[in-house]
Design a protein around this ligand. Structure first.
Ligand SMILES: *Cc1c(COP(=O)(O)O)cnc(C)c1O
Length: 401
């Protein structure tokens, strides 16, 4: 049976094109990991993981072991990086599904090392990526605490450190000072790792730094240069840009000063997702009629309203009520009254001939106009990442290509 008409269309061919373009920007020596965490930013893991692999992505990134296991079922050969840590009781599954864990503390390392020993795995057969906290204070080991963590890795012969990673937390600031400081701290960590007396287990091959904003905002050059100085292969981890949304730089680059990577990205990247619904019914109301919970909208003249089968439980932010427009017949129709849990109402008084079954674009293009993820984000006081990941599971993801 079909779901009620509230769905997202995922153009996996566009995702493939975006990935290939980003890899061209990053250069042939750079490994571009495709981020598919959080159900591929709400776009659908089982659609987007295989699409990235078709575009020749060798590495995919998820948050958790459970996401990694779901991804392994559809991407049997890809390297899968579990970035959000592993938790009690997960090490065995991480190993059996050949997931690669990001680690940063001795307990995680011991969990993996013990499971590997129990499974009789060969020395050096379990890669881990070691995250350095270079200033975000979220996850990762501080450079000064490296000896303990390197010692822990050395205690478990099955483990080897394949990559050193860090996460830049202000790549979307055009000035780049914060990222510069983070790279300096990363350099300090690499020096300590180089000087460490531990075994070959502490000789990494890759340096994994930087997300979409680092690549498009022009920081990738510094990352690639640093990797080269240490004879490491650079890895970028690309999320938002893969889905065709260019991060916003704040403060913005001065006119004429934006990096060529950003200019090219704005031209080439296309959104992968379109969110749609259909008019469920149309009604006419008289002046003075209230619309929606608490009557926050009162008609001052006769109006024509269209009822839509989508609400905040589908991910349409409740703050958009009375403050946002959706597209019908290629024109902007204001959301009026409060957004309900499962329904919303738009004003189609000025739009000729709207009737039941007509397609409404919630996010995406219709005719000459587009409602972007950034428009949604601005209206709801959030960021495109959250707009996408809040599109509810009950909204069907349909592949189009
Ligand atoms: C989500 C995530 C990324 C991707 O970030 P974008 O800004 O969406 O490109 C990269 N690295 C890590 C560790 C992440 O968690």
């Amino acid at each position: 049976m079909q779901t009620r008409p509230c769905w997202v269309e995922i153009d996996t061919r566009v995702l493939e094109d975006n990935y290939r373009f980003l890899r061209t920007l990053a250069g042939p020596e750079t490994e571009c990991l495709a981020i598919v965490k959080a159900d591929a930013y709400g776009h659908g893991l089982t659609l987007c993981g295989p699409a990235a692999v078709r575009a020749d992505a060798r590495w995919l990134g998820v948050t958790s072991a459970e996401e990694g296991i779901a991804l392994r079922a559809v991407c049997p050969a890809a390297r899968i990086l579990v970035m959000g840590g592993i938790f009690d009781g997960q090490a065995e599954a991480v190993l059996s599904h050949k997931l690669t864990a990001v680690v940063w503390d001795a307990a995680q390392i011991a969990m993996l090392g013990r499971s590997a020993a129990d499974a009789g795995l060969a020395p050096g057969s379990v890669p881990v990526h070691l995250e350095i906290d270079t200033g975000m204070s979220r996850q990762g080991v501080a450079p000064e605490n490296l000896p303990e963590v390197l010692g822990a890795i050395a205690q478990h012969p099955a483990l080897w450190m394949e990559s050193v990673m860090t996460h830049l937390y202000a790549s979307d600031e055009a000035g780049g000072e914060t990222s510069g400081e983070q790279l300096a701290r990363l350099e300090e960590a690499l020096t300590r790792i180089g000087e460490s007396p531990s075994s070959a287990a502490s000789r990494p091959e890759m340096l994994s730094v930087g997300a979409s904003a680092a690549l498009l905002g022009g920081e990738a050059g510094a990352i690639i240069g640093m990797a080269g100085r240490w004879s490491l292969r650079p890895m970028l981890r690309l999320g938002l840009a893969l889905y065709g949304v260019v991060p916003r730089f704040v403060p913005p680059f001065a006119p004429g000063e934006s990096p060529i990577t950003l200019e090219r990205g704005i031209e080439a990247l296309r959104p992968v997702l379109a969110w749609k619904t259909r008019v469920a019914g149309v009604r006419e109301i008289a002046a003075g009629t209230q619309v929606g919970y608490n009557g926050t909208f009162v008609a001052t003249e006769p109006m024509k309203l269209a009822l839509l089968p989508l609400g905040y439980a589908d991910g349409l932010d409740r703050r958009l009520g009375n403050h946002f427009c959706l597209l019908v017949h290629g024109q902007r129709a204001p959301l009026i009254g409060r957004v309900s849990m499962d329904q919303a109402v738009i004003d189609v008084t000025e739009i000729e001939g709207v009737g039941p079954g007509d397609e409404v674009v919630v996010l995406g293009r219709q005719g000459e106009d587009t409602v972007s993820a950034f428009e949604h984000a601005d209206a709801a006081g959030t960021i495109p990442w959250e707009v996408f990941t809040r599109i509810a599971a009950r909204v069907q993801r349909i592949e189009v290509r």
